[in-house]
Design a protein around this ligand. Structure first.
Ligand code: AMP
Length: 440
């Protein structure tokens, strides 16, 4: 299937051609014609699947050829869970909308000056991309009206609900016309997301394109056991010093440890920087720009700040702390292997973190392959903890042609390693501060 056969306007096809895409992704093939036909959509698709174009292109198609009346509000509204994702989506709208004459966009996110956004809203704006909290502030202060919205898009709806935006979303949706097109994208469509979808959509077409596993096909997932924090630091340094690595995102579970780790990497000579929700938005933007320009080699980030990062040079994702929630794992590793490239995701597991690893494996259905670095193997496990029958494959030498830092993970029968038997009580550092969840 080609983009030409999807029914999109010529101007959009031109813009797509300029991006260099030749074939629509699976989600685009299904979502674009259905949205153009006027159906509400419930789409389960993950980051990296091409979902942004899947909702942006049909929305822009609707905008073409119809000028807005003076004083109108936005005709397309996109809600995203995080500031970075909102900015990323606005950029995509501008890229695909290059050929749409006089297209105006506004990105309304927390952390950015409120009155600069009010000024933006004083001219006609076709597309607004926003995080729910800030948009609601504008709505409550009557700085924006949503009565002209024709297309409402919820991007990463599961993320928005996770972050407690359900009520804000309901208030925002209540201000949009009932007669609108609603496109809801989410990693999962079950549970609370399903309930939200019932409230917001009318006879939606349900699209479940790729299974999680296919989506992650280009990402090699590895597991490394660490005895303690010092061991994690040594492993990290060894991985970052490896020549196969272009750029890396290292995830920590707290803002404080992101700052500390980034500082300690800088002291060791790495071009590292932190990214988390306590940083001012201009600082976050500057850091992301430097990452895109390749001036930052290692970004140390928390979950929320990293959603939406789309930088081609990210060859590795390293989970210094495994995520507390298994869904976050999928978002984290999706920072590498973008747009069909290959990527490597390495998750460290401290002595008390094996339960989190099991939760990730249950959630994804993938087994993480155990790797070690020569000379930095973890201590032997306690013999009392048997390994599950379906033990992960062990293999040598880093995989993917990356020689140097991989070698066969030890065979347990030869006194090596058992993933479930970490001796208790040898503490990884407790990360006390709260998780980074704030985005408003
Ligand atoms: P997304 O899932 O929207 O975050 O998109 C992931 C990446 O895929 C982005 O870097 C897009 O620029 C890229 N992309 C989107 N559609 C296509 C396509 N049809 N062909 C190749 N790359 C694409």
């Amino acid at each position: 299937m080609t983009f030409q056969s999807l029914g999109l306007a010529d101007d959009l096809l031109k813009a797509i051609e300029q991006t260099g895409y030749t074939i629509p992704t699976a989600v685009q093939m299904q979502a674009i014609p259905a949205a153009l036909a006027g159906s509400d959509l419930l789409v389960s698709s993950r980051t990296g699947s091409g979902k942004t174009a899947a909702f942006t292109l049909p929305s822009l198609h609707k905008l073409i050829d119809r000028r807005m009346a003076p004083g109108s509000g936005p005709r397309v509204l996109v809600l995203t869970p995080t500031r970075e994702l909102a900015q990323q989506v606005e950029k995509a709208v501008q890229t695909y909308g290059k050929a749409v004459r006089g297209l105006n966009t506004a990105c309304l996110v927390g952390g950015a000056p409120f009155f600069a956004q009010v000024k933006l809203l004083q001219r006609p704006v076709d597309v607004v991309v926003a995080t729910p909290g800030r948009l609601l502030d504008h709505l409550n202060r009557r700085k924006i009206k949503l009565s002209d919205v024709e297309v409402l898009i919820l991007d990463e709806a599961d993320g928005m609900l996770d972050m407690g935006f359900a009520e804000d979303i309901d208030a925002i949706v209540a201000a949009t016309p009932a007669k609108r097109l609603t496109l809801l994208f989410s990693a999962t469509l079950d549970g609370v997301v399903g309930k939200l979808a019932e409230r917001l959509t009318r006879s939606p077409v349900r699209i479940e394109v790729e299974t999680a596993q296919e989506d992650r096909g280009q990402i090699e997932q590895r597991l490394m056991f660490a005895d303690d924090l010092g061991h994690k630091n040594r492993l990290l340094e060894a991985l970052l010093g490896h020549d196969g690595l272009q750029q890396a995102v290292v995830f920590t579970s707290t803002k404080r440890s992101a700052d500390e780790l980034s500082l300690s990497l800088q002291e060791k000579g790495f071009s590292a920087a932190a990214l988390h929700g306590d940083m001012h938005q201009t600082q976050r933007n500057r850091t992301l720009d430097r990452l895109r320009q390749g001036r930052i080699g290692v970004l140390v980030a928390t979950d929320v700040a990293a959603r939406g990062i789309d930088v081609a040079g990210i060859s590795h994702v390293i989970n210094f702390d495994p995520p507390r929630q298994a869904e976050d794992y999928v978002h984290r590793i999706g920072r590498t292997g973008r747009a069909g490239r290959e990527g490597i995701a390495i998750t460290f597991s401290g002595p008390r973190e094996t339960g989190l690893i099991r939760a990730i494996e249950r959630f994804t259905g993938d087994r993480l392959e155990v790797h070690t670095i020569a000379g930095m193997e973890p201590s032997p496990r306690k013999p009392s903890s048997p390994r599950p029958a379906s033990a992960p494959r062990r293999f040598g030498n880093g995989g993917g042609g990356n020689s140097g830092y991989g070698r066969p993970a030890g065979d347990r029968s030869a006194g090596g390693y058992n993933r479930d038997g970490h001796p208790a009580g040898r503490g990884d550092r407790a990360h006390g501060d709260r998780r980074d969840r704030g985005t408003r």
